[in-house]
Design a protein around this ligand. Structure first.
Ligand code: GLY
Ligand code: MN
Length: 458
């Protein structure tokens, strides 16, 4: 936990933004893997962590804005809990550490909400991404669990998005701690990605390193020589001479702030000329985006810059034809770069995606495109200083997509299908760093993880 005043100030700021009502934060519970008591690793809800900091299952937080009251609903450990799971700091003590003086048994939450509803008071809650919490809200409010998200509070979502997007110094320090551990993982990966090994053998070394540092992952690790699949979670391939591995991974700091880095690693540190050429296009796209990202620049334009750089590079290599501007405007470039340039990062690796991408990444000034590729851009609005964003362009040769577009003669004036058909085994290349937006530029927080070709091949 951070020190008490941080949480008190965060809640005060939220109260000011909301002006009235009751704000209900459902903490997360343990989720059984295959039977009760055999649980997945516990992960607290990120907004709960942001405002209350208590990293324990089965608690809820309430902020009564009108009466300036804050309550944690949760139960102290029973003797059985202590015998089986250990004895630890009391919930009362944790409440004091987060500046909350009222702790009530979890069972009292129902009565509390009943009373508030009977007085016709507004209860604001966030969209629920776990069905057990949706069922709990049904029990509390009477709203059917499958309708719960329909009635979540857009006012609360907007207030929280404003608060959480801009990172404070202590948050940036946490992100740096996560990146430092990631750096260790990438050092291992550059050394251990050799032919004759299975991907899963290297994966064990990488994730083992994170565990040895006392942390866990911010999302499932991608470590694959079949990098044309954007989120390939299989680790079963044997690494061969000539392969490239997309290694996209992150960890969470002790306070649950994420890192999210991608490097494309050449097996045995050897690359063909074509691999180098495509790699340099992706690196140039990333460098151009990093050079332009700063307060006041729209992230949509950062994405377009990446698309233009990639289009120019692929025109030079003969995979695309025509003018780069036209290729980008048409959307043809997305055959090779079918995802967004990046996303905000913080307590969630895709920060606040659970609250709704439209609230986080779009506003009245910018609406989501429905063009393939661009429609996957998670964040398009203007950057502000204090935002932490990923910048992660990529180029992929995706066999089923190429075949589908070729079958439909899609963008046939721009795409040189005959040349592309020899590329089905090429895979993919992605390079991703985490950057802090400032008034006059952006600071690459992960810049000490090598990515220049001369640093990573022999
Ligand atoms: N690093 C995985 C992603 O951003 O989707
Ligand atoms: Mn990412």
């Amino acid at each position: 936990m951070f020190e008490k005043n941080i949480y008190i100030k965060r809640r005060d700021k939220l109260k000011k933004r909301m002006k009235s009502g009751i704000l209900l934060f459902m903490g997360n519970s343990n989720i059984p893997m295959n039977y009760k008591g055999n649980d997945y690793r516990f992960r607290q809800d990120s907004s709960f962590l942001y405002y209350f900091g208590i990293d324990r299952p089965n608690i809820a937080g309430v902020i009564d804005v009108d009466n300036n009251k804050e309550i944690i609903f949760g139960n102290e450990d029973t003797m059985d809990d202590m015998v089986w799971s250990g004895y630890r700091e009391s919930l009362k003590s944790l409440c004091e550490k987060t500046g909350i003086l009222e702790l009530k048994p979890y069972g009292n939450l129902e009565d509390y909400v009943d009373k508030a509803l009977s007085k016709k008071r507004d209860i604001h809650y966030l969209p629920q991404y776990r069905s057990d919490n949706a069922v709990k809200i049904e029990k509390l409010t009477g709203i059917k669990s499958y309708f719960v998200n329909k009635f979540s509070s857009s006012k609360l979502i907007k207030a929280i998005v404003e608060d959480r997007l801009k990172k404070s110094d202590v948050e940036i320090q946490e992100i740096k701690k996560a990146i430092k551990i990631s750096k260790g993982m990438y050092e291992i990966a550059f050394k251990e990605t050799v032919s004759g090994r299975y991907e899963r053998e290297v994966l064990g070394l990488l994730e083992g390193y994170a565990i040895s540092k006392g942390v866990w992952l911010s999302f499932p690790t991608i470590f694959t020589s079949k990098g044309s699949i954007l989120h390939n979670y299989s680790h079963e391939n044997l690494l061969k001479k000539g392969d490239m591995v997309v290694f996209d991974s992150g960890v969470e700091s002790f306070e649950h702030y994420a890192s999210d880095i991608t490097r494309t690693i050449f097996v045995d540190k050897k690359a063909t000329q074509l691999q180098k050429d495509v790699y340099n296009i992706v690196l140039e796209a990333q460098t151009n985006c990093i050079d332009m990202a700063k307060e006041g620049i729209s992230f949509l334009n950062v994405h377009i810059k990446a698309a233009l750089t990639i289009a120019e590079g692929l025109i030079d290599l003969g995979f695309l034809a025509g003018k780069a501007d036209d290729v980008v405007e048409s959307g043809a470039y997305a055959l090779f770069f079918p995802h967004g340039i990046g996303h905000p990062m913080g307590l969630d690796v895709h920060d606040m995606e659970g609250l709704g991408e439209e609230y986080v990444g779009y506003d009245e000034t910018v609406k989501r495109s429905n063009l393939f590729g661009l429609s996957s851009l998670r964040f398009a609005k203007e950057l502000k200083s204090g935002y932490v964003m990923t910048i992660e362009p990529g180029v992929y040769f995706i066999e089923p997509l190429i075949k589908k577009w070729k079958g439909g003669n899609a963008f046939k004036d721009f795409i040189n299908y005959d040349k592309i058909e020899s590329m089905f085994d090429f895979g993919g290349i992605r390079i991703e760093d985490d950057v802090l937006i400032t008034q006059d530029g952006c600071k690459v927080l992960s810049n000490n993880i090598p990515k220049q070709l001369k640093e990573i091949i022999e």
